[in-house]
Design a protein around this ligand. Structure first.
Ligand code: SPV
Ligand code: MN
Length: 585
């Protein structure tokens, strides 16, 4: 169908992996930078983020997927996308790659095959996923493969996809197959990332496990104790920088599978690398990743500014050059795009791609076949005015419903569209849901039933602002919140019950700030940050309840949980007014 000039089937052997890396430079999808191992890749000016509108499920006529999910009738969609793919690889080489999601030889493992005409996609996957050719030989064609077919489509002299109005990402749930065409941005093309997540959510639903948009990290407690946490944050809301917190260890930063093994909740990193947002990565806020990005070693930079062979990005902690080359071509400070908006030196969704093995803080258990035990689960959004910086749910169902299923976030540059608009983002997984919302919530609620000990659930908010509009917390305060959560998992500290959850006590945070960061945390700061904002919390409940009233088959416990939360908030309001200090609870 795609009519490539030739086909290169790659094995797990180093020479095949090197072939892709070299070929990418040879044909110009990547260019070498001055530092050994570093390359730059540019996506097109209209192709710098996930395209939610062009991403659709192919759904057979007689099937009813949730109406909140973007879909197209299967035969119509197949006709359209196969039309775009027909002949799309003419004159180019097609690469056939085999990978594995999750640790190989494990219960979690899912075999994948990617066909692509993009060396950038194929190279990225070498950094981001475990090799799977040997597994493919072992399992053969009956191995339950996820399959991905991608073509960049028509490209210009700089190898940029030009027909972005014909960009399509279609997910054929009937065949575990995803088609992607006329795009290069990794979130639309790297099959094993967000395209596989959609298929995995369906497989997990059938088989009784969970596929989540979550990091996995080890938080280091007193003594030599390590407690594992997973966290769901919408894109560009502090997920990677939480997983990379100094002093802690990373298992993964984006995708996690969960299973119950011997009565225990276990999780693995689906990937083996990071495709992370580069903006604001600097030596002060993200020292570990900054070190990797400024040292020799394999790194793909995408959509940053390049000057004299060096990558530059917003928030890197240095003055940026006033000219260079970026995704828009030659760039000078003050340049504007067609719509008159200022063109930044680097794009807000500019990223880096590195293998986990490059990281000094990689958790030693990151690749264990049975994963790591889950101590706690964190849900966090970009919320300037409602939720406290950190709180624990009353129990599993309260956490799943009032934190995960109620997650909202102000939109960011990780998806195409306006930024700063408050949107509903269920478990930060809504973009990738491939089953009805009610079913997904039910699966999350049910997951903990067989567990002897259920992970604790926490809600965080790194983006709370004060009356003057400035952020109430520093970027590294999240390092204290994870330490506090770790202590909670082991029952080492007490809490204050608020209507929305269980709050930390001032003295515990004060001690943690002093011991971990040598900082004086004032009582005034604590009170301002942890004041329960009742009108804002009630408004949020109104918004979320209205959404679930429009969701078919929402489990009744969802509405019961909202009603109980509303009653706690209105009772406190009657007694103490709009804004209640944690010291008055
Ligand atoms: C995200 O946007 O959530 C990412 C990057 O992790 S993408 O590959 O675009 O999904
Ligand atoms: Mn993500």
């Amino acid at each position: 169908m795609c009519q490539p000039a030739s086909v290169r089937v790659c094995t797990d052997e180093p020479e095949d992996i090197a072939y892709i890396r070299n070929r990418s430079i040879e044909i110009g999808e990547e260019a070498p930078l001055a530092t050994d191992g570093h390359t730059i890749h540019f996506d097109g000016a209209n192709d710098l983020a996930r395209d939610k509108n062009a991403t659709k499920y192919l759904v057979p006529k007689d099937m009813d997927l949730d109406k909140k999910l973007n879909q197209i009738e299967r035969s119509e969609g197949l006709r359209e996308i196969r039309g775009y793919l027909a002949g799309a690889m003419a004159g180019r080489q097609m690469y056939v790659r085999f990978f594995c999601l999750g640790p190989v030889n494990s219960l979690f493992a899912i075999s994948c095959v990617q066909l692509t005409d993009s060396t950038y996609v194929a190279h990225s996957e070498d950094l981001l996923y475990r090799s799977g050719y040997e597994q493919f030989k072992r399992l053969g064609v009956g191995g339950g493969f996820f399959r991905f077919l991608h073509s960049a489509g028509k490209t210009d002299a700089s190898k940029i996809s030009v027909e972005t109005t014909k960009r399509r990402i279609y997910i054929d749930i009937a065949e575990d197959m995803v088609y992607s065409v006329n795009t290069q941005y990794a979130g639309n093309t790297v099959g094993l990332k967000k395209l596989a997540l959609r298929l995995a959510i369906r497989r997990a639903d059938r088989e009784g496990w969970l596929a989540e948009h979550m990091f996995v990290m080890g938080v280091h407690g007193p003594g030599r104790r390590v407690t594992y946490f997973t966290g769901a944050f919408p894109s560009a809301c502090g997920k990677t920088s939480t997983a990379m917190l100094p002093g802690e260890t990373i298992v993964g930063d984006d995708l996690a599978y969960f299973r119950v093994i011997d009565g225990e909740a276990r999780t693995v990193n689906v990937e083996s690398g990071i495709f992370g947002i580069i903006e604001d990565v600097n030596s002060k806020d993200d020292p570990v990743i900054y070190q990797v990005l400024t040292s020799p070693g394999e790194v793909i930079f995408s959509n940053v500014l390049v000057r004299d062979g060096m990558p530059h990005w917003l928030g890197m902690g240095r003055d940026l050059p006033t000219e260079g080359v970026n995704y828009a071509g030659q760039w000078h400070a003050g340049d504007r795009d067609e719509s008159g908006a200022v063109l930044h030196a680097s794009h807000k969704n500019a990223r880096y791609t590195v293998a986990l093995r490059a990281l000094a803080n990689l958790d030693p258990r990151w690749d264990e076949p049975n994963g790591v035990p889950v101590g706690g689960i964190i849900y966090g959004g970009r919320d300037s005015d409602t939720s406290v910086p950190v709180q624990q749910s009353f129990d599993w169902a309260h956490g799943i419903i009032s934190m995960g299923a109620s997650l909202e976030s102000e939109t960011t540059a990780a998806t195409i569209g306006a930024q700063g608009v408050r949107t509903f983002c269920l478990m930060s997984n809504l973009d990738f849901l491939a089953i009805p919302l009610s079913k997904y919530i039910r699966n999350n609620l049910d997951f903990a039933q067989p567990l002897a000990s259920q992970p604790l659930i926490f809600g965080t908010n790194y983006f709370l602002k004060g009356r003057d509009g400035s952020y109430l917390n520093g970027k590294l305060d999240k390092g204290i919140w994870v330490k506090w959560m770790e202590l909670r998992v082991h029952g080492d500290v007490d809490v204050i019950a608020a209507p929305t959850g269980l709050l930390p006590k001032y003295e515990d945070l004060k001690r943690l700030f002093r011991d971990c960061q040598n900082k004086d945390y004032s009582l005034d700061d604590y009170v301002e940050q942890f004041t329960i904002r009742i009108p804002e919390n009630l408004a949020k409940l109104d918004r979320i309840e209205a959404i679930y009233r429009g969701v078919a088959d929402t489990p009744p416990i969802v509405f019961e949980t909202f009603a109980a939360q509303r009653k706690r908030l209105t009772d406190l309001h009657a007694a103490k007014g709009d804004y209640v200090s944690p010291l008055d609870l």
